[in-house]
Each structure stands twice: as C-alpha cells, then as structure tokens.
Design a protein around this ligand. Structure first.
Ligand code: NAP
Length: 249
C-alpha cells in the first residue's frame, strides 16, 4: 500500500472533473483520472502530471467498474477520496442547446428512453461505482465520497413559486440530480458510524460541454466547492452545499 493519499474522480477527462483531478494532485494526492475512453483519460492524466493515472471507467458498465476497483486495489492498495463527477445532461447529439434540453425534459414530453439513459449514468452509475469502491474506502483512515450534484435538483428550491429557475425543473437531468441527492443521503445515513463522509455538492452554473458551454462560471470556479468538500476531513456528512454554502435538499 502506498503512503500517499489516493483519489478517484469519475468523468475526469474534461470539464469540472479534470479541474478537480488537477487540484487534488496539487494538494498532494495520487489521482486516478476516470474516463470511459481510456485515450482521453491518458491525455488528461498526462496534462496533469506524474501523480495522475488514467483509469478506464464507464460508470454504466459493471465490468469496467469491477476492473477499475480491482486495479486500484492491486496497483495503489488504497482509496481515500471518491468523487462521483461523471454525468450527462441528455442522451441526444452533442452540442444540443440548453433551451432545447429544457424543452425535451418537460414532464409531459420527455422521452422515457432519455430519462432512463440519464438516470443510468447520473444515479445508477453513482450507486454502482460507490458500492464497488466501498471495500477500499472502508480501509482508509478518513474517507470522503463527494457526489457532484446540482442546485437544479433541489426539491425545496423548485417547490418555491418564487424560485426563478423552477421552469427548468424537468424529469431528465434535474430529476436525476434530485435522485442523486437521495442516494447521497442514503449512503451517508448508512455510513454515519464509519470513517466515511458522504456529501453532495453543486459546482454552480459552469461553462462546460454539459450545457453546451452556456454556463456563466469558469471550470476553476466550478471546481471550488467540490474541492472544498473533498479535502474537508473534519467536515459534516450528509450535507448538500454549493459555491455559496449550504443548499436546501
Ligand atoms: P462535462 O464537461 O460534460 O463532463 C462530464 C464528464 O462525465 C465527461 O468526462 C464525460 O466523459 C463523463 N461521463 C459521461 N458519461 C459517462 C460514463 N457513462 N462513464 C464515465 N464517464 C462519463 O460536464 P461538467 O459540467 O464538467 O460535469 C461535471 C459534473 O458537474 C456533473 O456531475 C454535472 O452534472 C455537474 N454539474 C455541472 C454543472 C454545470 O453548470 N456545468 C452544474 C451543476 C452540476 P466523456 O468526455 O467521455 O463524454
């Protein structure tokens, strides 16, 4: 087992995940750059430096998840931080506009195939990866699981008629983040007597491929809250927060 702390970031080949991986390396971690396409992961890991290693990891593929867990165990012998960052906003062609995504996610019109595809990655993928990594996390002295969620999934915010963005609360991406929040709390409750903290965190509206680069924040700004939660050994478990502090579930 190596002495250096080890972190795994899913979907770390681009966007906020790549920035989180980069900053975890800057904080002294050995970082496993999860990428469903190994070549993209290798390019990202090389851009970060020698403490970043690409790991093929498709969060919707049980064999890929099992192989990644096995490799982390045999090559690194430990896992201290798991950042469940990988997600998709829709299941259509790349480059779909935000407006188009919103229209297609309306409860009355959404394609169930698309709802299933998005939940497969954003919700079921997180459960599957977390279950596979738990044996290693349980052995770590102070493990953290960080689920990258979104304020758009908040039931409390969206049930308030005064919330300006509630028209965007559709059954595809937004509801998948609501479900992810439930999954986060469920793991947190089960693990609260252990050494593992489980928290949900929103990066804020960040310009990435996920929203066709229509977000208003930079990836450095987007990574700030996830990094804060990932590094917080003495922080809470079962919390939901964003760039400006606590968020309502
Ligand atoms: P992004 O640039 O599109 O990155 C998403 C990452 O997830 C990519 O690396 C993508 O890989 C990966 N991914 C997708 N499906 C996967 C799968 N089945 N297995 C493994 N990896 C997969 O988007 P981002 O904005 O950085 O998103 C990062 C996280 O922030 C997500 O959880 C997102 O929901 C959350 N978030 C973003 C915003 C925002 O405004 N951007 C706001 C709130 C929350 P490929 O490169 O292979 O597609």
């Amino acid at each position: 087992m190596q002495d250096k702390l080890v972190a795994l970031v899913t979907g770390a080949n681009q966007g906020i995940g790549l920035q989180i991986a980069t900053e975890l390396v800057e904080h002294g971690y050995t970082v496993l750059v999860g990428s469903r396409n190994l070549e993209n992961g290798e390019t990202a890991a090389t851009s970060i430096g020698p403490d970043a290693y690409a790991v093929q990891l498709d969060v919707t593929d049980p064999e890929s998840i099992a192989a990644a867990a096995e490799r982390i165990k045999s090559e690194f012998g430990r896992l201290d931080v798991l950042v469940n960052n990988a997600a998709i906003s829709h299941a259509g062609k790349p480059g779909r506009s935000l407006e188009d995504m919103m229209k297609a996610s309306k409860a009355s019109a959404a394609s169930l195939d698309e709802v299933r595809a998005v939940f497969e990655t954003n919700v079921f993928g997180v459960i599957a990866v977390t279950q596979a990594m738990l044996p290693l996390l349980r052995e770590a002295p102070a493990a953290r699981i960080v689920n990258v969620s979104s304020g758009v999934g908040s039931l409390t915010l969206n049930s308030d008629p005064a919330f300006p963005y509630r028209a965007g609360f559709g059954v595809v991406y937004a509801a998948s983040k609501t479900a992810l929040n439930a999954v986060t709390l469920s793991f947190a409750i089960e693990l609260e007597s252990t050494n593992i903290k489980v928290n949900a965190v929103s990066p804020g509206f960040t310009a990435t491929a996920l929203n066709n680069f229509e977000g208003t924040e930079t990836i450095e700004q987007g990574a700030r809250a996830p990094i804060r939660v990932a590094l917080d050994v003495d922080g809470p478990t079962g919390s939901f927060s964003g760039p400006d502090g606590p968020l309502p579930w």
